[in-house]
Design a protein around this ligand. Structure first.
Ligand code: SF4
Length: 322
């Protein structure tokens, strides 16, 4: 095995949980505390294996299909949001519903539904198959076109261009999206854009932080699960800046050879990765020789989202992570 040469660990700031993830997990925890087990959750509440396994051990049942949920059960929608069809089916089946959709995703849903009523067609920049994209596209019956790449911009065919608006998935690469938006503006000069970009503050902040981090380290470790969109973007961004970057779900996935030529290791985490997992990675890096752990300077996030009615005002359960 190659001897590791780690001396220093730099922690990106901010990293890890965002307000939407924090709220979504708290909704499941509070629902378990109030209603007992099982609490059904449509899709992984957030895209992190450890979070999902932790909640499953406490009585959450994760399903993709509402037919798996018995009538009258407590059902939580995941942070990624759902289509109108899923909402309607859940109501029809008589579940007690708590919506953990991130309010910043709901904002996009509201915008899409409102402008569609005014006759707008939409271009949605996002990744096909991601649940957030399915939920946003499912806010309207038609008139929404998915664009994933610069190449797609040339081929998208709205039925008219007088009333054409653009929205994006909240967890995209800020830089890639800026390029796609520029190409869309060039092709559709009247394109209506959101007043405030749809890429959320947490995605923006974590990408800014990883840019600053990558300039100062030899290797970047990104803690998070492969299903997490914003986590993947962090790893790609570091790599694009010329630094080897690895995504791990926890410390057990670290490989000594990554650090053989890496005295300074940068560590960050996607918005759905618990801090306990980051600390596990730091401990492992200490075991490889790191004697200093330094937090980078970065913005302090104070965003908080209110809980849904019916779950407010009760004592929250302590986080049982990892
Ligand atoms: Fe909300 Fe952004 Fe967090 Fe997604 S990453 S849950 S949009 S705050």
């Amino acid at each position: 095995m190659t001897a590791a040469a780690v001396r220093e660990v730099l922690l990106a700031e901010p990293r890890g949980f965002c307000a939407g993830v924090d709220r979504a997990i708290e909704i499941v925890e509070r629902a378990l505390a109030k209603f007992g087990t099982p609490v059904y959750v449509r899709h992984e509440i957030v895209h992190n294996r450890h979070v999902v396994e932790g909640l499953r051990a406490r009585g959450a049942v994760f399903v993709e299909d509402l037919a798996e949920v018995p009538p009258g059960a407590v059902l939580v929608f995941s942070a990624h949001g759902v289509s109108r069809a899923v909402q309607q089916e859940a109501q029809r089946r008589g579940f007690r519903i708590f919506d953990a959709t991130c309010p910043l995703v709901t904002k996009v849903h509201v915008e899409v539904a409102k402008l569609r009523r005014e006759g707008y067609e939409f271009i949605l920049i996002g990744h096909a198959g991601h649940p957030e994209v399915e939920g946003t596209m499912g806010q309207v019956d038609d008139g929404i076109h998915l664009v994933q790449t610069l190449d797609d911009v040339a081929h998208v065919r709205p039925s008219q261009t007088e009333r054409l608006a653009v929205v994006t998935q909240t967890t995209l690469s800020v830089d890639d999206t800026a390029e796609i938006l520029a190409a869309l503006r060039a092709r559709f000069p009247g394109l209506r854009e959101p007043k405030q970009q749809d890429i959320c503050y947490a995605t923006q902040n974590r990408q800014d932080a990883v840019k600053a981090l990558a300039r100062q380290v030899d290797v970047v470790v990104v803690v998070g699960s492969p299903s997490s969109s914003n986590t993947n973007r962090l790893r790609e961004l570091a790599e694009r800046l010329g630094v080897p970057a690895y995504m791990v779900e926890d410390a057990s996935q670290l490989r000594d050879e990554w650090f053989a030529q890496a005295p300074r290791v940068g560590v960050t985490a996607g918005a759905s990765a618990p801090e306990a997992l980051v600390q596990g990675v730091v401990q492992r890096l200490k075991g490889l020789g790191a004697t200093a752990v330094r937090r980078m300077a970065g913005p302090v996030e104070t965003m908080r989202f209110p809980l849904p009615k019916g779950l407010k005002g009760m004592a929250g359960q302590a986080r049982g992570m990892p």
